[in-house]
Design a binder for this molecule. Structure first.
Ligand SMILES: Nc1ncnc2c1ncn2[C@@H]1O[C@H](COP(=O)(O)OP(=O)(O)OP(=O)(O)O)[C@@H](O)[C@H]1O
Ligand SMILES: [Mg+2]
Length: 300
């Protein structure tokens, strides 16, 4: 799709670029078990799962993307690759122009802790840690792992930003699900990441809390963060500007969300005509047949 449809400046460089990315899982031999189980494992000694079968896509700075698709279609696999939590079997991945395949594990974890923020369905908080300690966690993976007074100040700042300024010493078990997810959002922000990756961030939350969390992500996107989220729910995906649909390890659809189409149409003054502009790009009037659907409607 063209860059302007994604709400980006034409000519801007992708922050994330996947080129023909394949991820194949090969499940090894299972020699354990006896009886029926053993016979089965011998019959299917190794199983190959084609989780991603050649995905090419560009994401631009400031985009807000929802990845949708049936269970098992490869959404989390793709998000984990984007998050440098895993490596592709083949294909290329460029993050901010850097070829990720060339980096060793230490460099990958450096990239993760400096440039990426993660939000997961199950919050992934450390139960023994307080809100403040959980938020500071990514900092402990950087440099010598020491928390400076500035870093502590920043942690309080992001906790306050997500409305948890008065819960700094609580532990996860003393918080509601929505509050725990807000801790996870604050934790994802502590490094001021370029890209926030969210996998079913609202999957465990009720509708109202889900929309509060989505509003928070929307504000982050408004402030310039690139957001890539996986969701099953249409109304959650509609918070994004661009929706990608996956099936069987492939992208089968990629385009602006309905909200984005409406905004684009309004911008062009053609909301009543749908999302396609009817005038030519040089600003001249359309040909007679260039306004087909509109004309037909008038002649009914
Ligand atoms: N570590 C793994 N080892 C083997 N197979 C895996 C592994 N992770 C994922 N798969 C398989 O890869 C395919 C894609 O899985 P993935 O988790 O990406 O799906 P998904 O679209 O996120 O699904 P869901 O909506 O259920 O979370 C599935 O068939 C899954 O069983
Ligand atoms: Mg998943």
């Amino acid at each position: 799709m063209s860059e302007h449809l994604n709400g980006t400046t034409p000519g801007s460089k992708p922050i994330v670029k996947l080129v023909d990315v394949v991820k194949t899982y090969v499940m090894g031999h299972n020699t354990g078990g006896g009886g029926l189980l053993r016979r089965r494992s011998q019959a299917a000694a190794s199983v190959t799962v084609h989780a991603l079968r050649g995905v090419s896509v560009d994401f631009f700075p400031g985009e807000y993307i929802a990845i949708m698709g049936a269970s098992g279609s490869g959404k989390s696999t793709m998000l984990n690759l984007l998050g440098c939590l895993d490596r592709p079997t083949s294909g290329e991945y460029f993050l901010g122009g850097r070829d990720i395949a060339q980096l060793d594990d230490d460099e990958l974890s450096e990239i993760r802790s400096r440039y990426l923020g993660f939000i997961f369905q199950s919050y992934n908080l450390i139960q023994q840690y307080t809100v403040l300690e959980n938020i500071q966690l990514p900092l402990t993976y950087q440099g010598n792992g020491e928390i400076t007074p500035e870093a502590e100040e920043r942690a309080v700042e992001v906790a306050t930003l997500v409305g948890l300024g008065d819960r700094l010493d609580h532990r996860p078990s003393q918080l509601s699900g929505g509050q725990q997810q807000r801790v996870a959002i604050a934790r994802s922000l502590i490094n001021d990441p370029y890209v926030i990756l969210a996998d079913e961030a609202t999957g465990n939350l009720d509708t109202r809390t889900s929309h509060e969390i989505m509003e928070m992500l929307g504000n982050l996107n408004d402030s310039g963060k690139t957001i890539i989220m996986v969701t099953h729910e249409d109304d959650i995906a509609e918070h994004a500007k661009r929706i990608i649909r996956m099936r069987d390890g492939l992208i089968i659809d990629d385009g602006p969300s309905a909200r984005m189409k409406t905004a684009q149409a309004a911008l062009m003054g053609t909301a009543h005509l749908g999302s396609e502009p009817v005038w030519k790009t040089d600003g001249s009037l359309p040909d007679a047949d260039g306004v087909g659907p509109f004309n037909q409607e008038l002649t009914h």
